[in-house]
Design a protein around this ligand. Structure first.
Ligand SMILES: *Cc1c(COP(=O)(O)O)cnc(C)c1O
Length: 495
């Protein structure tokens, strides 16, 4: 098997094995780790169609995490994908309105982040063992709402780790906030920020890059790592479900082996759609990758003009996990379409840091031809929720609705009839307020009463993840400004 190493997007320092990249999270120069090469799937798609989720996960991940032994990787997979999911398929595929909804929300926190964050702690502790890392691993995570809870659910009480989560105090849904502030586990800490997600993410990146702090921490026996999608250990598990989706369509006879599928992804930080792109690079037959944005449509503008411009108003929408103006993972795509040039990538990222804007060359623009971009306004989003409910009795969450609208629009404009998989990224119960409002139902009710009403309306039971909130005790109440984040980190580590 071809050995895959990882290097920074911003310089040409020595490539490192996967386990090392997972431990480090971010490269020392502030760049993101990218594979130096893409492996090809070494089992046929019809062979993979005969496997369950764990089987497909092993076949995909072994190609990218080549310094893990078979036992190590299979153990991680077994521990991550089992009874903690409320559907035995792990990710069921549901046909509605001529598309295939890949339901990625059956894990413990009912958003797609579980797909990677249920396995990341296992990958990380395995990586620590492999690299004889003795220090306690401190996970710092900025969240737009879903990552934080999913990361804590994965890392709570995992020996040798601590986890700290920063979320925008007024930028998450009521259920999301309740899920986070009730998090159990002695090694967890949750902090609300008076600011938005970009503030939280930028400050976390800054703290990561603080060499003096790092040294002081190392003396005290701590090492930072990241559970954000900048960590390659999150990206790799996300490739799996796109391959899995393909094999399920194959199994059901929707496609023949080798036929292309389109993939539609509601996008914020560009992690989920990048995983689909990596799957395509590994040989998954994909026609178009359709990147769906909400009103914060930086990515739509980028795909249509080649200019990335974050200088604009930050809009709070009903799909808060996509309320992002700096899509971190786009840096990886930039690197690949620049012909793996760390020099060009570093220069563009410098522009972004300084001016908040960068422009790619015409040559690089050609690399974007695998993608199509679209966006949905708040009204479009609500309309998509209503339409799927009315026509199919299927209730989707606002993030998925952004994708559903964009896909409809894409189909109308292009006439492209390629079968499409829509990444369904959250359970409607996580965003029940916006969903009920879109359906024309009363929404100003206590969270848990609203959940019961949604359950009646949708004809599906209230997920366990919401039921436990009925009695969960509030354990976290820290709020600070962006400037106060570093001090909170020191307090949590008793430094
Ligand atoms: C995080 C998230 C997204 C955006 O995913 P990215 O990988 O950041 O593009 C979309 N929907 C939901 C529900 C999410 O939690």
């Amino acid at each position: 098997m071809k050995e895959i190493l990882y290097k920074s997007t911003r310089s040409d320092s020595l490539p490192v094995p996967a386990s090392k990249a997972i431990l480090m999270g971010l490269a020392k120069d502030g760049g993101l780790f990218v594979p130096t090469d893409f492996p090809s799937l070494d089992k046929s798609l019809s062979d993979l169609a005969g496997m369950d989720y764990r089987g497909v996960a092993y076949e995909v991940m072994k190609l990218m995490l080549t310094d893990f032994t078979e036992d190590e990787l299979k153990n991680c997979i077994k521990n991550a994908y089992g009874d903690n999911f409320d559907d035995k398929e792990i990710v069921p595929v549901r046909k509605a309105d001529g598309a295939y909804f890949l339901e990625l929300f059956h894990g413990p926190t009912i958003a797609f982040k579980d797909m990677a964050l249920q396995i990341l702690p296992h990958l990380l502790t395995t990586s620590a063992r492999k690299n004889a890392e003795q220090k306690e691993i401190v996970i710092l995570t900025a969240t737009s709402g879903d990552t934080g809870k999913a990361a804590m659910a994965g890392f709570a009480d995992v020996a040798g780790t601590r986890i700290m989560v920063f979320y925008p105090k007024d930028g998450v849904s009521s259920i999301q906030e309740r899920q986070m502030v009730t998090q159990k586990g002695d090694n967890t800490c949750v902090v609300g920020i008076r600011g938005n997600f970009d503030d939280a993410q930028s400050e976390v990146k800054k703290i990561f890059g603080d060499t003096a702090l790092r040294e002081e921490m190392a003396e005290k026996g701590f090492a930072f790592s990241s559970a954000n999608s900048i960590n390659i250990g999150r990206l790799v598990p996300q490739i799996v479900y796109y391959v899995f989706a393909y094999t399920r369509l194959l199994k059901e006879g929707v496609i023949k082996e080798g036929d292309k599928i389109n993939i539609v992804v509601p996008t914020g930080n560009f992690g989920n759609i990048l995983a689909a792109y990596y799957g395509m690079k590994m040989g998954l037959p994909v026609g178009k990758l359709i990147c769906a944005s909400n009103s914060n449509k930086v990515l739509f503008d980028f795909f249509t003009t080649g200019t990335y411009d974050r200088n604009r108003e930050f809009i709070l929408t009903s799909s808060p996990s996509m309320d992002i103006l700096i899509s971190s993972n786009l840096e990886r795509l930039i690197y690949h379409i620049s012909g793996d040039s760390s020099e060009k990538t570093a220069a563009l990222m410098k522009d972004l840091g300084k001016k908040g804007v960068y422009c790619i060359t015409d040559e690089m623009k050609e690399g974007l031809s695998d993608f199509a971009g679209g966006y949905a306004t708040e009204e479009n989003t609500a309309e998509a929720i209503r339409k799927l409910y009315k026509e199919e009795g299927y209730v989707i969450d606002p993030h998925t609705a952004v994708a559903a609208f964009v896909y409809d629009d894409y189909r109308r404009q292009t006439g492209d009839k390629t079968p499409a998989v829509i990444a369904s990224t959250a359970s409607p119960f996580k965003f029940e307020n916006s969903v009920m409002r879109a359906l024309g139902e009363p929404a100003d009710l206590p969270d848990l009463e609203l959940a019961d009403r949604l359950s009646d309306k949708a004809g599906v039971p209230v997920p366990e993840a919401v039921n436990v909130l009925r009695t969960a005790e509030i354990r976290h109440n820290i709020v600070c400004d962006r400037q106060g984040m570093k001090a909170e980190v020191r307090k949590f580590l008793e430094m």
